[in-house]
Design a protein around this ligand. Sequence first.
Ligand code: HAX
Length: 425
Amino acid sequence: MSMLKSKLAEIFPKQKAEIAAMLKEFGEKEVSKVTLAQAYGGMRGVKGLVCDTSEVPPDKGLIIRGIELVHLTEKLPEEILYLLLTGELPNEAELADLQAEIQAQEEVPQYVWDVLNAMPADSHPMAMFNTAILVMQRESVFARRYSEGMKKDEYWGATYDDLISIVAKLPAIGAAVYRKRFNKGERLSSAKNIDWSQKYAQMLGLEDPNGELTKLMQLYLNLHSDHEGGNVSAYSAATVSSALSDLYYALTAGLNGLAGPLHGLANQECLGWVLETRDKFGGAPTHEQLKQFAEETLASGKVVPGYGHAVLRITDPRFDAFLAFGKKYMGEDPVFLTVQRVFETVPGVLSQVQKIKDPWPNVDAGSGALLYHYGLTEFSYYTVLFSISRALGIGAQAVVARAMGYPITRPKSLPTAAYKKIVGA
Ligand code: HAX
């Protein structure tokens, strides 16, 4: 058994016992109440989910297992995975052991490439990526062992096996989708004994003479890993997983949600918006021109992508991290300068619209410009990158939920007539 799995075998039963004791004593305590507006408003702010891997206070942004993002930006995604699962960062030996465990499972079955090759050439990269994961469902250790009558307290271990197997293959699958969908030539393989994000950067096959693209990939795959449990992708995946569907089914369910323009696809939309301003104004737009363009976007009934958030009420610290990276490595890049100028302009415009609760940039507002700078200019691909990273959080949440023995998700819905009765309308 790997060091990480042994550690989990040690800590999960204690955590489960703690939760059971808390429920026994305080199970009937109220933790939230629900207004009519919340029932009709996407359940914003209703506390009714559990997620121990990370939390997102509106005034702070992402905190993974108690550590604020600002202290995690230099870490490897593998370290983040370890942290998400255990609540601790790995030491050198634990990290090396996890990396070896991942590397041992990185070979992608040939049928995945056959399926990708059979897809229409203009398929969306997210459809290709998710199809590749779903078609591997036949490899699921959880599904096989469940059909053999596995005991309940072994569910998490089988889900962990699925997680490592999927995570190991995502860099190759993600890079292959890129090369196939955008006619970049044959699939590439990567060197052995380099880390997960380095492998991914190598297999994309973009030029990276001074290693900056690899550094960006490390940051990117780290920053998008998790964002508590209520966002569309995490919640969809958790719901599917709660039916004891295996991680192949659950992860793709979540990533299909990430493919929506109000969620992960916003990063594709956002760079499109930035480039549109450049085309419209014939070069880097001024603040005044950007203000005008943002107002036109609002007037046409569209959202300004990359701005606003269902939970956050500050500039997303993930955006801050990308901005810092851009300032360090590409301060004079015209697209990056436009992103900065948008940041200086758009919050002022959105603040004038009363219904918008958060006028600040979210994670998707800046990431595209950085990728664009390094030659990853096909922005319909960006949500795949997001997905590779988010698989860490969705997968860790699924393993923890299985270890804690959480039941099938089933909130109550009511027809409008019943709500009318309740509120006396
Ligand atoms: N531009 C224009 N209008 C916006 C807006 C924006 N950036 N942000 C919010 N609004 C509008 C909403 O559409 C809503 O309008 P209606 O009542 O007419 O439907 C109103 O303001 C109230 O919305 P809210 O309460 O402030 O925000 P929500 O919790 O409903 O929605 C969203 C949060 C992220 C979906 C929203 O801010 C949005 O659409 N932003 C642009 C898309 C985007 O960047 N999405 C990525 C978010 C981060 C993420 O998940 N990444 O994966």
